[in-house]
Design a binder for this molecule. Structure first.
Ligand SMILES: Nc1ncnc2c1ncn2[C@@H]1O[C@H](COP(=O)(O)OP(=O)(O)O)[C@@H](O)[C@H]1O
Ligand code: SF4
Ligand SMILES: [Mg+2]
Length: 332
């Protein structure tokens, strides 16, 4: 359904004139009906990836294919078609809901703009149907955003995305602004909607614990790159990359108090400046396994287990990848 090849997004920083490679050469595929989880610390390029996938921004280079069509530089009617097929759900739908518009009017507006009402069904009925799909009673159509709880607002955010009848939802930290007690309800809703509507998801989170139950594949990002990707159970339960291992160690075990501060102290060591990433392996400044060579040699993403790719010299050598040092016993 989605294929991304060597995707880059570089921002020129106004203050310094420096180039910030927010997304620096990532590749992945998501099959129809599948869920790709993308996980990584704040600032690693997750939201930029999300905006590229829904083509709110144009990539600097690389390629995005949607259902076999190249949408990398889509414009005009082709771009409108992309926006009808791929929808973004934000972390905080409040920020993107017009505070002066009742929920029903906001949904009716989306239906009108995307021409999704002209199938004989009155707009009002379709609005009620959308609300019902996300588990909200019809009377919510008359409410204003400020009259809703966080969970209800996120349901409206999802209803608004569904209004255009998309095939893919890109969910950018949809649970992060919600209380732990509310998150499970949204997770269940997303699972039900995917089954009922045959949707494909890209589910983004800074929390590996959140992504693991929702994804069939997981990609781990660090400073604009994917450092590990593979089947969800392998990546979440037996990660190979030292960074993923650090993320895994930071997943709290049913401790709601820690969950709030988790992002701050998740991985030991300081995140480098994304505008000036370390040479060699970008993780070497924080990596417990780092060797001298890691400071100069940038490891490539390599297949080291079934459908499971890792970018790390040490793991590659231990598992006999192609980049293994000659004589170490790894190369056939
Ligand atoms: N429009 C922009 N202009 C300049 N820098 C940006 C812009 N958007 C994002 N960035 C930078 O790109 C990096 C990745 O940001 P983002 O994709 O939001 O990461 P995440 O969602 O993983 O926290 C950050 O260093 C951020 O400051
Ligand atoms: S390449 Fe070196 S620094 Fe990078 S993750 Fe592997 S061991 Fe750590
Ligand atoms: Mg983000």
């Amino acid at each position: 359904m989605l294929r991304v090849e060597n995707l880059h997004k570089t921002y020129r920083l106004r203050e310094t004139g420096a180039d910030l490679r927010a997304v620096d050469g990532i590749s992945f595929e998501v099959e129809r009906g599948g869920i790709l989880g993308i996980v990584g610390e704040s600032g690693c390029g997750k939201s930029t990836t999300a905006r590229l996938l829904v083509r709110l921004e144009e990539p600097t280079s690389g390629r995005i294919e949607l259902d076999g069509r190249d949408i990398t530089a889509a414009r005009g009617s082709q771009l409108e078609q992309v926006h009808r097929t791929v929808q973004l759900v934000f972390q905080d739908p409040y920020a993107s809901l017009n505070p002066r518009l009742r929920v029903g009017s906001a949904l009716a507006e989306v239906l009108r703009v995307h021409g999704r009402t002209a199938r004989g069904q009155p707009t009002r009925a379709r609005v009620a149907e959308l609300l019902e799909m996300v588990g909200l009673a019809g009377e919510f159509a008359r409410r204003y955003p400020h009259e809703l709880s966080g969970g209800q607002r996120q349901r409206v955010g999802i209803a608004r995305a569904l209004a255009v009848e998309p095939e893919v939802l890109v969910l950018d930290e949809p649970l992060s602004a919600l209380d732990v007690s509310v998150q499970a309800g949204i997770v269940n809703l997303l699972g039900r909607l995917r089954a009922e509507l045959g949707l494909t998801y890209v589910f983004i989170s800074h929390d590996l614990g959140m992504v693991r139950h929702l994804s069939d594949r997981i990609a781990v990002m660090y400073l604009g790159r994917i450092v590990e990707q593979g089947p969800w159970r392998a990546v979440s339960d037996a990660p190979l990359h030292p960074y993923t291992q650090a993320l895994q160690a930071a997943v709290p075990v049913a401790d709601p108090e820690r969950e709030q501060t988790q992002e701050l102290d998740a991985v030991p060591g300081e995140l480098p400046d994304p505008a000036n990433p370390p040479a060699g392996c970008r993780f070497h400044t924080r990596c417990p396994l780092a060797e001298p060579g890691c400071r100069t040699l940038d490891p490539a993403l390599e297949r080291l287990a079934p459908a499971h790719d890792v970018a790390c010299h040490v793991v590659s050598r231990e598992r006999g990848g192609v980049a293994a040092t000659p004589g170490s016993g790894g190369v056939e």
